[in-house]
Design a protein around this ligand. Sequence first.
Ligand code: PHE
Length: 447
Amino acid sequence: MNKRSSFSGKLGFVLAAAGSAVGLGNIWRFPYLAAQYGGGTFLLIYLVIAVTFGFSLMIAEVAIGRKTGLSAIGAFKSLDSRFGFLGILASAVPIIILPYYSVIGGWVIKYFAVFLTGGGSASAADDYFTNFVGSTFEPLGWFLLFLGATAVIVLLGVEKGIEKVSKFAMPILVLLAVVISIYCLTLDGAMDGLAYYVQPHMDDFSVKTVLSAMGQLFYSMSLAMGIMVTYGSYMRKDTNLESSVRQIEVFDTVIAFLAGLMIIPAVFVFSGGDPKILQSGPSLMFVILPKVFASMPMGGAIGAAFFLLVIFAALTSSISLMETIVSIFRDKFHWSRKNACIFVTVLSLVMGVPSSLGFGPLGFITWANMTILDIMDFVSNSVLMPIVAFFTCIFVGFFVGPKVIADEVKITNGKFVGEKLFTVMIKWITPVFLVLILASSVANSMG
Ligand code: PHE
């Protein structure tokens, strides 16, 4: 059997995993959730949840991967043969996400190209986005380009492809985020927007705030979809697992916070201090932001820099999705990397086409007011993900035992500082909240 590939060391692992974690969720979803759920209140809750729930689940997944040296499909089963179903469920999530994530990734490349070629102000027109996604062939072309780029990187392998790209893209991403945030904070009136973003609004505190923060956290940290298990399986035994996990979380959270700094004050200035526009949700990035860029000095350059940043964020996430799927097929059927890559690319292509066309020719297919893409997103993130996370907790807490995971964490230097917290979280607290998240998202979708 082939020797399993691995990341070259801690930096490679942390940047690749952070590359997976930092994605569209951080840049496009986090800011509007923060705006919707009370600014500073949301930030605080998010932080607390990250160092408790996020920490525990990520430790569990990475450790399961490293201990077994397998991707999700074999990892759970090899630790307890009754949990094969969990590997299958976890594997289904990236298979569903990659196609539609690549459709959105394609939109991002399109916007980058438009801004780069000086057409940014045209994209500020009212119907620009709906016309674009509503057309048949153009979005498909960009989707193909994004998926193709993802496939080439994954084809190059763990160290030469994923690690290399992450080491290149992640530092540039941080730099761009810092520069754009600073620029946006210097706009006239930006300080009021900043205040709106960071000040706690306690009346906005509710159970729903907590549940949305938690849903966002799991998605943002790429948990409950086998990704961290797969990446963990490429982690060397001499890499410190606990401190790596902490660094990934800090990275992910800092970028989400910076995304808010890039977007919220600028939108605030643009709208004359009306928070409603910030809460417009998904349309924020493709509809509102181009208008904001068009209205600001040097907006064309800032827009191009912004969409380049988003491309890097999305690409390092999509490679983690594809690698996870490739790894599943390779573990299961012993395929070569090349064959697995080709198969997964074709599969994602076929599955992604309806999501793309769902805004145009297939627009008549909807369910509970959701387009095809929304349905894919709903099934994977709001239904499957909490279920997988729930069973992962039960699996670790009551079948494998937290101690087995803790021992894996301790391999490097005998220490696991957060062991007590981890044990309580994984056995009792996290599963309870996951049931609530699932119930609330299902209830929401039913209207
Ligand atoms: N964590 C990524 C983000 O924040 C999203 C993602 C989800 C990436 C699932 C890969 C898999 O956007």
